[in-house]
Design a binder for this molecule. Structure first.
Ligand code: TXA
Ligand code: MG
Length: 317
């Protein structure tokens, strides 16, 4: 595996790797993706194998623009409006597959829908343009671990399992994309993420709630413990107990704590989102007994941050 510095990226070589069925990790504005040719069943299967991901968890397919997306999935008026409002950007739309959709059935994991997204990151965009086809890419981490927001996170987690890691430094959003699906035409928030609920509701009106049912893995990230550091988390911590590290938020931080990482001293939720996974990586690496997490408001991107923190804190099998 090689980490390729931004200035040295040979996009043609990366596209060739994808064509050969190899995996290429690349930055998006949300988190790093573990990319494979979405039309190649074997390459897509390799993603599941490398991530150790439960087979029923479908993947997001990345495309370069709306036109390419419409070749794969059927967009009704509501889906079109969302795509036009937020693409390129951190929004994934789950729509019915076109009858002649070129993507492997495995990306949909048996569902009749496909998750599509046009990433805004310039390196992701250039890779898609050069490859000239759809790229299936989950977050580039082992299943159950924290999503990578730096190339070194990918290298630490996946190592030699990936042929190439394109280094685009830190992912600016730092949280996965918001996923919106449709239930009889009504928009449903399937996963909170980089675009806040109010921003989406401005376009769609009120979003419906996803029904969470682990036996029906329609709702993404349905497994309660998905984003997990090795260290346990204690949420809504107002104080810090001996042996704990602190994941702080805002200026009003308890004193006398030996290891603190502040997601945003000024209490800015967008900054906190961008720092969330890297912050958890840093505290986890220090191996404290536990990570105490200060309360984070549930407004705007706070909804996605708290969702990820609850998953990280959920008891693991
Ligand atoms: O920001 C992101 O979305 C990143 C970057 C790399 O694009 N990708 C990402 O992928 O987070 P992943 O695979 O870690 O999460 C994708 C989620 C999964 O929870 C999966 O269940 C859901 O999308 N998903 C994919 N296809 C779906 C479908 N057809 N129906 C419902 N959910 C779907
Ligand atoms: Mg993931």
């Amino acid at each position: 595996m090689t980490i390729v510095a931004e200035k040295e990226i040979d996009f043609e070589a990366a596209a060739q790797s994808l064509r050969a069925g190899d995996l290429v990790a690349f930055p998006t504005e949300t988190v790093y993706g573990l990319g494979a040719d979405a039309t190649n069943d074997r390459a897509v299967a390799t993603i599941f194998e490398v991530k150790g991901r439960p087979q029923f968890n479908p993947l997001i397919v990345h495309v370069s623009d709306l036109e390419a997306a419409q070749k794969m999935g059927q967009f009704d008026e509501q889906a079109l409006r969302l795509a036009e409002a937020f693409w390129p950007g951190p929004l994934t739309l789950v729509v019915p597959r076109q009858a002649d959709c070129a993507a492997s059935l495995l990306v949909s994991a048996g569902l009749e829908t496909i998750a599509l997204r046009v990433p805004a990151h310039p390196l992701a965009h250039q890779l898609l343009q050069t490859f000239d086809g759809p790229i299936a890419a989950p977050s580039a981490n082992i299943s159950g671990q924290i999503s990578p927001t730096l190339a070194v996170h990918v290298a630490a987690g996946l190592g030699d399992k990936v042929s190439m890691i394109l280094d685009g430094s830190a992912c600016p959003v730092g949280l996965e994309s918001t996923i919106v699906g449709f239930d009889d035409g009504a928009p449903v928030l399937l996963r909170p993420g980089g675009i806040s609920r109010p921003a989406i509701e401005k376009v769609t009106g009120p979003l419906h709630e996803a029904v969470h049912d682990d036996n029906r893995p329609q709702a993404p990230g349905g497994l309660a413990s998905h984003y997990a550091p090795k260290t346990g988390l204690r949420l809504d911590a107002k104080n810090v107990e001996p042996g704990e590290a602190l994941l702080a938020f805002g200026g009003d931080v308890p004193e006398g704590v030996s290891l603190i990482l502040n997601l945003s001293v000024s209490g800015d939720l967008t900054e906190a989102a961008a720092n969330l996974f890297a912050g958890l990586h840093i505290l986890d690496a220090a191996q404290p007994q536990r990570i105490a997490v200060m309360p984070i408001p549930d407004t705007g991107l706070g909804e996605a941050i708290n969702d990820r923190l609850r998953r990280a804190a959920a008891p693991r099998p």
